[in-house]
Write a protein that binds this ligand. Sequence first.
Ligand code: DGP
Length: 112
Amino acid sequence: MDCLFCKIAAGEIPSTKVYEDDTILAFRDINPQAPTHILVIPKVHIGSVAELTEAHAALVGHIFAVIPEIAAREGLTGGFRVVSNCGPDAGQSVPHLHFHILGGKELSLEMA
Ligand code: DGP
């Protein structure tokens, strides 16, 4: 499949990895919107949150168990934001499920 994040997960395109295991990968966003901006992806291709089902419960649970570990390791003691843009109205630009971890400064509360 011609998917940018599948290629990053496979190591075919380089990334600055901050966490990796058998099922998920976290790496630094190429265009950071905050001092810390990390993307967490499943290695398996899932298009977005809109494609998630009960069958993905363990995988999504694992992602959300690792996110606080990454945040702690990055020193985000003041807090952080987790965002997943889903579809064109949300500005999703890469059609492979990913969760942004943003932190390292006081983030704007603007939502739309
Ligand atoms: P979204 O707009 O929510 O689909 O977020 C996609 C993010 O992916 C965006 O913040 C920029 C990032 N991105 C796009 N291409 C690359 C890449 O080749 N490498 C890395 N590290 N990040 C990328």
